[in-house]
Design a protein around this ligand. Structure first.
Ligand code: ADP
Ligand code: MG
Length: 484
């Protein structure tokens, strides 16, 4: 779509619903497992039968607090839940229990880093706890909509940002940071395709330099990070086109159609009063005291940003290496485990990002299914560092062989494969003599000053040794034999 974007400024605020991995639902003891047979994890509480009562789920609050603390949020010590009323077939109670005036966490931020290295802290408005609705299924039966209530009542947190995001790229980076964070904290699987992490984008445009925001449109149903970017880019262009045509943007909720890359209108946006929020009378206030916060703080794992700092300073990794390794919690933990057995930080990073990653990609498996233990990678590195095998043999011969024989030690396998470098003086001297004998004229030229020929002799020594001569020793012996 050709539009003039230079005149305009884009304003974006995101609302991210994250399904927490609590064992039971947010306000009942129903199981919250994903993938069960439809309508099996339900009970009278979540079906809203009269006389049933919700109750607090401590695990849900713990998980929400972890996310809040990781984002540097303020926590609210006295939370009243609210009812958000609306009618929909997948909402059996006719209302959703949520937090309205007293969200569990407020303020805080999440840091993103753009491709060109710029860092920006995206400010959060709030993180609140609520329950999810059931799921309507419209594409399984030609004549009916089907409803699965398993999801009804499962725990969500909603992370709401301030309207400070400027581009689709920033929005995509933000979602990917949120996903990384909740995975590190083990509170959500972060799977956007399955809907455990859902992003709604509020988008408006205004003339550059204006201090009044334009009318916002909320876009839903973007089930991947690249769709978040695409939807925002499409929607921005659509709104600019409307304004350029002298018309007005309508405040509404739109859905993203990934096939056509377009957004389309779902409904004209409800306003808060439509939901008739009022305090949930069936739940006592949630009281979160300092001791509770302290216990959560004490249980926090290391976060990606912290690991990044450690990897770049203590271990001297490059920005790129540190980013790649901390992208995934398992990879970072594996890296730290290799370092329990070697101090060669750089070699460990190289193995992980090179040989190991290559193997995982080629075989389409996860690190958790990888046969080699971090210790074994460290053993290969040690053999190279000690001059027992060459670097090339380590990566190209020993590593793949060890993956096939993970029960053997690296040393044992190197011996069996006959790739141990030979540092025996007589063995090397013999090879040096053979190599020089093969090129009598070149030896003369070398002696007259053509020192570059050393490479030729070295090549000959290595060839005759079957790659097993210790290169350092061979160089030294060659030089001596040539009278240097
Ligand atoms: P609503 O009452 O419609 O839910 P909120 O004020 O709660 O709206 O904001 C919801 C989200 O929309 C937040 O992420 C906020 O930052 C964002 N937002 C608010 N106003 C705008 C705007 N004019 N343009 C873009 N995003 C906005
Ligand atoms: Mg709102």
């Amino acid at each position: 779509m050709a539009v003039t974007t230079e005149k305009y400024e884009v304003v974006i605020g995101l609302e991210i619903h994250t399904q927490l991995l609590t064992k039971t639902k947010a306000f009942s003891t129903d199981l919250a497992s994903y993938g069960s047979m439809p309508n099996t994890n339900i009970s009278v509480v979540n079906l809203g039968h009269p006389g049933t009562l919700p109750r607090h789920n401590k695990e849900a609050v713990n998980m929400a607090l972890k996310v809040g603390l990781a984002c540097g949020c303020d926590t609210t010590n006295y939370c009243l839940y609210a009812r958000k009323n609306y009618f929909y077939a997948d909402l059996p109670k006719g209302y959703q229990i949520t937090q309205d005036k007293t969200p569990l966490c407020t303020n805080g931020s999440i840091r993103i880093q753009t491709e060109d290295g710029n860092v920006k802290d995206i400010l959060l408005t709030r993180i609140h706890l609520e329950e999810d609705s059931g799921k309507s299924i419209h594409d399984l039966d030609m004549y009916h909509s089907l409803i699965d209530y398993n999801r009804a009542g499962t725990t969500l947190i909603e992370i709401v940002t301030e309207p400070v995001i400027k581009t689709g790229e920033e929005a995509g980076l933000f979602v990917s940071e949120v996903r990384k964070l909740v995975r590190y904290l083990d509170v959500c699987d972060g799977n956007m395709e399955e809907g455990s992490l859902r992003c709604d984008a509020n988008i408006s445009v205004m003339l550059k330099g204006s201090d009044t925001f334009g009318t916002k449109v909320e876009v839903k149903n973007m089930n991947s990070i690249s769709n978040v970017r695409k939807a925002i880019e499409y929607e921005t262009a659509r709104q600019i086109k409307i304004i350029e045509a002298g018309e007005e943007v309508v405040q509404e909720t739109r859905s993203f159609d990934a096939v056509n890359g377009e957004t389309f209108s779902m409904r004209v946006k409800e306003v808060a009063t439509d939901y008739r929020y009022f305090p949930e009378p069936d739940l006592p206030p949630l009281v979160v005291d300092e001791a509770w916060i302290d216990s959560i703080r004490a249980s926090m794992p290391k976060l990606p940003e912290e690991l990044y700092q450690e990897f770049t300073t203590t271990f001297g990794l490059s920005d790129y290496d540190a980013r790649v390794i901390t992208e995934n919690k398992e990879v970072a933990a594996y890296y730290e485990d290799i370092l329990r057995h070697t101090n060669n930080y750089k070699a460990a990073a190289n193995y992980l990002m090179g040989a190991v990653k290559g193997y995982l990609n080629k075989n389409a498996i996860e690190l958790s299914d990888f046969a080699l233990k971090p210790l074994q990678i460290a053993e290969i590195i040690r053999l190279v560092d000690d001059g027992v095998i060459s670097n090339a043999v380590g990566e190209q011969t020993l590593f793949p062989a060890l993956v096939e024989n993970p029960d053997k030690s690296a040393k044992q396998l190197a011996e069996e494969l006959n790739v141990i470098q030979n540092s025996d003086d007589d063995f090397i001297l013999d090879l040096v003599a053979q190599a020089l004998e093969a090129y009598p004229e070149k030896v003369e030229e070398y002696k007259q000053g053509k020192k570059g020929l050393l490479g030729l002799f070295m090549g000959e020594v290595m060839k005759r040794s079957g790659g097993k001569a210790d290169p350092k020793l061979a160089t030294q012996k060659l030089r001596e034999a040539l009278g240097d």
